[in-house]
Structure formats: C-alpha cells, structure tokens
Design a protein around this ligand. Sequence first.
Ligand SMILES: NC(=O)C1=CN([C@@H]2O[C@H](COP(=O)(O)OP(=O)(O)OC[C@H]3O[C@@H](n4cnc5c(N)ncnc54)[C@H](OP(=O)(O)O)[C@@H]3O)[C@@H](O)[C@H]2O)C=CC1
Ligand SMILES: CC(C)(CO)C(=O)C(=O)O
Length: 322
Amino acid sequence: MDSLQTLFIIGSGAIGKALAVFLQLEGRRVILLKGHIHQGRSETQTVCVEMADGSVSQTEVTIHTLDAFSELPGIVVLANKSFGNERLAQLLRAKTGNSPIVLLQNGLGVEAPFLRAGYPSVYRCVLFVTSQVRDQGRVRFRPVSVCPVGVVRGNASQLKEVVRWLDTENFHFSAISDLGPIVWKKAIVNCVFNSICALLETDNGIFHRNSEALALGRRVIAECTSLAQLQGIAVGAAEAEASLLEISRRSDGQQISTLQDIRMGRRTEIDTLNIEMARIAVGLQQPELVQQTQLLGELTRLKAELAMARHRPGEILPDKET
Ligand SMILES: NC(=O)C1=CN([C@@H]2O[C@H](COP(=O)(O)OP(=O)(O)OC[C@H]3O[C@@H](n4cnc5c(N)ncnc54)[C@H](OP(=O)(O)O)[C@@H]3O)[C@@H](O)[C@H]2O)C=CC1
Ligand SMILES: CC(C)(CO)C(=O)C(=O)O
C-alpha cells in the first residue's frame, strides 16, 4: 500500500528520535516533526541511539515543524506527550485526510481527542521499550519486548500494513486483535513506575532490586486490577507483577519519563495514569477502590508542580541515582 510509505513522527523526544533513527537506517522515508512548536526552521542533528550491548545506531535526522506541511499523506505516528493531544487533534485534522493515526503514548483515554475530532483511522500501540535522551545527540534505548498495536477505529488489514511499515530490527511492533487488556496492563504497570520511581527519585530497576519497593508496587497493582475487573477488563495481578518485574530488570538504570520530566521542570503524564484511575473509580461510585494509587499520583503531581515552579529554563535538576 504505497500511500502509507511516508512515516510522519510527531514529537522529537526520546521515543520519536529513536524510532526515526531505526526506520531511516532501514531505508524508510521518515519526517520527524516537533510536537509542541508548530512554526520555525528545520534543523538537522546527528542522533546516536545507544543499545544495552554497547552497539550504536547513528544517522542524521532533520526535525521539521508542522507549518511546513499542508498535508501529511502516510502514517502519522504520535510520539508527543499525551497532554498535547487535544490541540494536535485540532491542528492535524485538516492535514491528515485519511492517513492512519498511531498513538505510542502511555495512559488511559489518550485516543479520545482523535475520536471526538472524527479521525477515520486510529490505532494504538503499547510501548514495551524505554528510551532516554542523554543529551541533544544521544539517546539510550532499551527494548523490553515487542510492542503490540491494535485497532481503536479502523480495520485489521490496514493495521497489518501499519505494523509492517513501523517494524524494524531494533524496535519491534506486532498486530494484536484485542487491545483493551494490554492497554490496561501497561497503564497499571505505569501507575507503579511513574509514581514510585519519581517519588523515590530512582531508576526503573528498583522493583527487582528492592523487596519493599516491590511490596508498594503490589498494593497499586491490587487496587488497579480490581478496578480493571469492575470495568470488565481481565487483567490479573500476577501478570501485571510479572510485567513490572520484566520491565524493571530490562530497564535497570533507565529513568521513567515522569522522573525525567520532574528533573527537567516539565509537565508529566500522571493525569492519564494514577489520577485517571481515581477518576474512573469515582465514575463507578467506588472512590475508595484506588486510594493508595490516587495518593501516590497526587504526590507525584505536586512534586512535578513544585519542580516546575523552581525550575529555571535550561537547568536540569540534580540526578541522584543514575
Ligand atoms: N521514553 C520512554 O521510555 C517511553 C515513552 N512512552 C510514551 O511515549 C511518549 C513520548 O515519550 P518520550 O519520547 O519519552 O517523551 P519526551 O519528553 O522525550 O518527548 C516528548 C515530546 O512531546 C512533545 N511535547 C511536549 N509537550 C507537548 C505538548 N504540550 N504538545 C505537543 N507535544 C508536546 C515534545 O515535542 P517537541 O520537543 O518535538 O516539540 C517532546 O519532544 C509519551 O507519551 C510516553 O508516555 C511510552 C513508553 C516508554
Ligand atoms: C514502564 C516503561 C518503562 C516501559 O516502557 C515506560 O512506559 C516508560 O518509560 O514510560
């Protein structure tokens, strides 16, 4: 399907850059676009993606702004922070036509702005990788397992094509028929990582190294799996814990995005994780169900707000662990 040949990646951060490098090195046509600045000049950078075995994938990547494109015919991949989705759904609507949209973001309900805006083809991926920008030109990338992609609005044959264009040797994608349980399982795991690692100011490896941290994680998992079950989503506590531990082992030394954001004085995505779980519980008239998850989320949000308030542009808050 030639019409999908170009991959437009929106969001030139840790995920967007790594994905662009891997795709370009396998000969795909990639256009990398800034997620929150929509006007300006294109800039070319050499991006070097470092893997756990010390190997490096390096190439020149040009980062554009959205104003340079009146149309985005191809696959539009969203690797921006999800709190930008509402605005992007409005901005992109006139440019994307029938192009499929693929969301790579963590969290619950992140696809809602695109559904409300009437996009005809929306797919969602659950990322099982970790990626961290070390400095402008270096990205540290750790794949955990293949990343499933499923249909939110669209069809199975287009999904297959989308996955074929996205998949590369270092960053694997596969098609999945039932997206709901995996989105929930990953969101539950993120409720653990994105709050506890951020509050402890530690790396993702803490859960396989420290039994007390794991015990805290189990309490969040117990609450959120009960909520999932109330929603009719079958995610067991044992499988969520297994996923937590696998990610913890494979991304030992990596910082969760929420901790990276707090250290840079940036907004976090905690609203689509712990805080969203609490909102769903309130909607089901069971507000007490996820109280500990909610408290951790509120502490994380406050920590991020305090960091934003004292942050001076360009300054990175001290890195205590890695
Ligand atoms: N890093 C990781 O290991 C993982 C990340 N994810 C998900 O991938 C997505 C991207 O994460 P990651 O690359 O780490 O994040 P980064 O912070 O490294 O980059 C995110 C990009 O989002 C863009 N952005 C920031 N604010 C806004 C906004 N208000 N509106 C639109 N765009 C905005 C920025 O774009 P620009 O600077 O281009 O303007 C930025 O480069 C997130 O949703 C995250 O949940 C999921 C699993 C793992
Ligand atoms: C849980 C983890 C580490 C796995 O991809 C992640 O989602 C993140 O870094 O944001």
